[in-house]
Ligand binder design. Structure first.
Ligand code: NAD
Length: 490
């Protein structure tokens, strides 16, 4: 085992207003380390009364607290400070994320946490640059717009990139002057609590950031249905997205949805073989494949297929799941027993559908043998209409499909309900853009996979959701426009 920092996990409390409190019912739930099956600690299970209290606190902070009076410049400084404090406590954050989610410490320490700090700093810069316009209307009028915050924002987040995906919502929401109720996934709430501590250390005023741990059906749904919540920003499964839209209709919630994916990764016959193999490998096995944008449908040109697969399989067989806290580990534990069962079920489905299992396909035993480890798995000879190619698995399972014709592969790549991301590997610049323009996806990578930046927008086409996170585009979803008319005639 690697050495680990000593981290005080904040006792299972909720952050409501400026206070850490127990759930009103006193209920708690365990959070488990997926690499060992051991219970890490117990967290407060918020109920309807806690949702009510958090909405009241967030509403009061938005309407009348110091936050509502704070200058954009001071909001920016506060966001920058949050970024700095995340960096200061980076080892603790990374440790908590890894024991809670099972992702390698390499990923949480060197990818997730640095980006979270950067996301806060990026939006710190935006706080002073959110403004309206003057509009040349007809008649003796002066017309201008104000770009105002929406109000109370509920940030509902999944378990795969727990604090990272929260930062994509909380940072722009705060930059624009909203207040936030942050609801982490039940499986991975530890970094949310640590984040609450950081907000207090930074001096975020009372009620501006509230944190409710607990069930999606109670806390998440409670926020979605509450008339005091103005906006829901959800990252989660497409099913949850649909439920949230339906339930949000009664109170006409403003909604942003970042949902599932089954992203095509297309290797054309003139691709740089080694680069494309590495891209296919990282595209599916980074983050255990529990990545909404995972390149889980790999299309390989027939001409390149055999040497490509030989290299990809050899590389994959060297990737062994291991203790997520070890700095050399590159494949950690599946987040939960339930998710591992889903992954194993899909492997069986793939075999039954007649796809050819060429790597992995089994569980692995690591450490005490009680963790949720699965070997990195590749299927070859997949058809695009198989469930293996159509449904989101959310695990380290790759479906490989051979193709011959460029337009045909574009058609097949688009033949899927999702449209989150896609990639194309080629040395031909014309073909690269031709494919990029025709793919129905919110992000297209050319000769790259899984690259992100706080300034680059991210979000889905089709069943992968709507609205964009990151970049200046996210600010549109946390502000509303007021148009003001001034009569200039006496
Ligand atoms: P999930 O939909 O089960 O849960 C997401 C969040 O919603 C959790 O906090 C959960 O408690 C809450 N929730 C669940 N039911 C709810 C309800 N009825 N009302 C309100 N809130 C509710 O998703 P998950 O299993 O945590 O995460 C995996 C899914 O997230 C995958 O489908 C994946 O593709 C998707 N995802 C998408 C992106 C993206 O940016 N598009 C990023 C990461 C994950």
């Amino acid at each position: 085992m690697a050495t680990t920092p000593q981290v005080e996990v904040h006792p299972g409390k909720l952050l409501i207003g400026s206070k850490w409190v127990d759930a009103s019912t006193g209920a708690t739930f365990p959070t488990v380390n997926p690499a060992s099956g051991e219970t890490i600690t117990h967290l407060a299970e918020a109920g309807p009364a806690d949702v009510e209290a958090a909405v009241r606190a967030a509403r009061a902070a938005f309407e009348e607290g110091p936050w509502s009076q704070m200058s954009a410049s001071d909001r920016g400084k506060l966001l920058y400070k949050i970024g700095d404090l995340i960096e200061k406590h980076i080892d603790e954050f990374a440790y908590l994320e890894t024991i809670d989610n099972g992702k390698p410490i390499f990923e949480s320490r060197y990818v997730d946490m640095p980006m979270i700090a950067d996301v806060f700093r990026y939006y710190a810069g935006w706080a002073t640059k959110i403004h309206g316009e003057t509009i040349p209307v007809s008649g003796p009028f002066f017309n201008y717009t104000l770009r105002e915050p929406i109000g109370v924002v509920a940030a509902i987040v999944p378990w795969n990139f727990p604090l990272l995906l929260a930062s994509w919502k909380i940072a722009p929401a705060l930059a624009a002057g909203n207040t936030v109720i942050y609801k982490p996934a039940q499986l991975t709430s530890l970094t949310a609590l640590k984040f609450g501590e950081i907000c207090q250390e930074a001096g975020v005023p009372e009620g501006v950031v509230n944190i409710l741990t607990g069930k999606g059906s109670v806390v998440g749904m409670g926020l979605v249905q509450h008339p005091g919540v103005d906006k829901i920003s959800l990252t989660g499964s497409t099913e949850t997205g649909k439920t949230v839209m339906r339930a949000g209709a009664d109170t006409l919630k403003k909604i942003t949805l970042e949902l599932g994916g089954k992203s095509p990764n297309i290797v054309l016959d003139d691709a740089d073989l080694d680069a494309a193999v590495k891209g296919a490998y990282n595209g599916i096995f980074y983050g255990k494949g529990e990545v909404c944008a995972a390149g889980s449908r790999l299309f390989v040109a027939k001409k390149l297929h055999d040497p490509f697969m030989e290299k990809l399989i050899a590389r994959t067989k060297k990737l062994q799941p291991a203790d997520p806290l070890h700095p050399k580990t590159r494949l950690g534990a599946i987040v939960s027993e339930g998710q591992m069962k889903t992954v194993m079920d899909y492997i069986e489905i793939g075999k039954k559908e007649g796809a050819q299992l060429v790597a992995g396909g089994e569980r692995a035993s690591v450490g005490n043998g009680k963790g949720n480890f699965v070997l990195p798995t590749i299927f070859d000879g997949v058809r695009n209409d198989m469930r293996l190619a159509q449904e989101e698995i959310f695990g380290p399972v790759l479906a490989t499909i051979e193709f011959t014709d460029l337009d045909e592969v574009i058609r097949e790549a688009n033949k899927n309900p999702y449209g989150l991301a896609a990639a194309v590997w080629t040395r031909d610049i014309r073909k690269a853009h031709y494919v990029a323009h025709r793919l129905k996806a919110g992000t297209v990578w050319i000769n790259a996979y899984n690259v992100y930046d706080p300034a680059a927008p991210f979000g889905g086409y089709k069943a992968s959701g709507f609205g964009r996170e990151l970049g200046m585009y996210a600010l549109d979803h946390y502000t509303q426009i007021k148009d003001v008319w001034v009569n200039l005639k006496e």
